[in-house]
Every structure is written in C-alpha cells, then in structure tokens.
Ligand binder design. Sequence first.
Ligand code: SAH
Length: 403
Amino acid sequence: MTGTPVALNFSTATRGPRGKPPRHFVDLTPEQRVEAVTALGEKPFRAKQLATHYFTHLTSDPEAMTDLPRSSRDALVADLFPQLLTAARTMQADGGTTVKTLWHLFDGAKVESVLMRYPNRSTLCVSSQAGCGMACPFCATGQLGLTRNLSTAEIVEQVRAAARSLADGEIPGGPGRLSNLVFMGMGEPLANYKAVIETVRRLVAPAPDGMGMSARNITVSTVGLVPAMNKLTAEGIPVTLAVSLHAPDDELRDSLVPINTRWSVDEVIDSAHRYFLTTGRRVSVEYALIRDINDHAWRADLLGEKLADRGSGWVHVNPIPLNPTPGSKWTASEPAVEREFVERLRAHGIPTTIRDTRGSDIDGACGQLAVEEMQRPTGPSARLRRDGPSIGNTGVSVPEESA
Ligand code: SAH
C-alpha cells in the first residue's frame, strides 16, 4: 500500500488503548442473550424483552423498560448495554435533512455516520472501521490509515441512533423510519467481514431479534476484495453490492485503489458479475470522476466494453463527481466531460446515473469530520497534513437505490 509508513505512524500515535469494546447485547446470539440474562439471576424471557426494547423500540434506556422490574432493569442494562458511542459533534445540511455525527468510541477512536432523509426514504451511511487501510489517495479516510475494526454492536449502534432520531421526529418531515443503509462511511466493510455480516444479520432479522430491515435496502460497498466478495456471494443474503472501480485499466487503478495490485480490474469485475448471477441482485459500479485523471472518453469506452462483455442488465454505473478538499491536487471533472463519460457508457448499453451527493456545505462527508479533529495544530496529524498525500474528501454519496 502506498504511504504505509506515514499511515502506520499516524494510526499508532492516535490509537487509544488496544482491546475490544465491552461486551454488548447486540454482539450476542439470541441463545447467548438468554445465557447472559440467566447468569445475572434473571428469567430467560427477559432476553426477549430486552431485544424488543432494543431492536423495536430502539432504546436501551432503563426508564423506558417499564415491563421489567426496576431492580432488574438497572442490573441488566449496566451489564449488557455499555455505552459504546458518544456523539461528539453533529452537523446539519439540506435544511436539517442531512445530519452527520462524529462519534467517539470507548477507546477514543472516532468514526462518523451520515443520515440523509428524502421524501420517500431515509438512508444512513455507516462506518465499519475507524480509519481505513486501503489508502486510496483521493479519499479522506484513506489518508488516516486503519485504527481498528468496529464491532457489530458499534456498527448497529450507529443504525439504532439514526433510526431513533427519525422515529422521534428529530429530522424535518415528521416521525419517520430508517429504510436504507449504505456501508459507505469510514472503512472497508469487507476487510471487517465478520462484524459487517453479523450487523447485516441483526438488521434484517425480524422482531424481536432484529430490526426487520430489507436486505435489498442495504448496500455493501467495497474496493474489490475478491475472496471476501466471493464469500459474500455464498452467504445468500440479497444485499446490494457496490464496487468502487474508479478506473477500467490496471495501470491507473493500481494507483487510485492500491489493493488493485492484489486483485485486478478483471478479477473484480468477474467476481461482481458472479454476485449478480448467484443473487440476481444488480451490482453497482462506483466511479469517482477526477478531472484529467480517470475521466477520459477512452476510459468510458473501455469500462463500457468490459461491463457489456459480461452480459446485459447485471450492472449499473454511478459516476460520482469527486468531492475535493482545499489542498487536494485533484478536482471534479468538467460538466461537459462528465456528460460525455455518461453518454459513452450508455452507448454501450450500461445504465448510468450520476450520483446525487448531499451535504457539501458540511464538508460533504464521510471521513471529513474525523480528519478535521485529528488535524488540530500539533502532533502527527499536522505532520501528515504537510508530508502526506493530498487529502481528498469522501462525498456523502447517495446510491441509486434500484431495489
Ligand atoms: N471502502 C469502501 C467504502 C468507502 S466510501 C469502498 O471503497 O467502496 C464509499 C464511496 O465513496 C467509495 O466508492 C469511495 O471510492 C468513494 N469516495 C471516496 N472518496 C471520495 C471522494 N473524495 N469523492 C467522491 N467519492 C469518494
């Protein structure tokens, strides 16, 4: 990976104490929840009551658990629902319908999530890792290096918090429901496979053991970790797969998405195609359009050919105008170039939609807030800022929901 020494210094210097987050109810299977409850001297059915409070009423507040005896509530909550996330800062855009939250984790690690409400759906963008080890040079999070994987409960807690604020009517538009989830915050979800897949299981499980979301409304976005993509294919959970391609040729992709040196463009496209063949779910290809870097007409043609060669109807492309930050050497493509790129893909029969990006007036972005905090005056972050690669900006990207 490029920039490894810088990234390692940085993440070591800013990492909190090593270790796992405290045990949380959400990390346990339904059987383990019963065991944990009985170990505290409670009746087994308390586990279901707790699950209902958490996944259906979206709360772990003992005050709300009026169907449990007072003394039991406090003991159960103290033991099984440690506070994993603390909101350190929230920012709003789009009239309050886009809300970005910076969370501090138990060990001082920081992640973000972004809630975007639309007239007919609400989408949450969650983080699966603190930082990211993939080192894509145009992505803000990629410059941080990996601090650590999040646990299942740390990811689900981001979802619960967002679902709760919608239910409580905190987002303009009246009380609402969280309908969609995208793993497009900080981190590479397939590099934290187990916690991510367990998160998906919790979210799609029906009440009382889960939130009852539709798997089709959950998008897992990856740089293209082929073995993990193949594993996901075999799970039989119909989540939407998004692949961050950004270049149709290995020469360029090796530098934009460094893990490409391990799994090439063709291997990634083949794996994505198999995902479609097995699950019937149309795959989404993400392509950040970067001026004069990857936006050439011939690259649109090459991408169109490579995708169309595998068949029709299996994929659509979401070009995303690059979200630059001041200091970044890269910027978004010219509108005319962007149009041409889209037209060429369509001419190859590939459905293509420019992705609507939200929240640009709050620095757009998954990755951005955490970067700001870490860049305060002194310390290794300031050094990274000067010496490191240019800092991009991960846009709040709203996928075309095809489900
Ligand atoms: N690691 C996963 C999820 C990351 S973010 C992945 O790479 O797919 C989700 C999307 O935002 C990815 O497609 C990522 O490439 C894109 N992205 C990152 N930085 C961006 C930027 N500065 N502008 C536009 N899109 C960006």
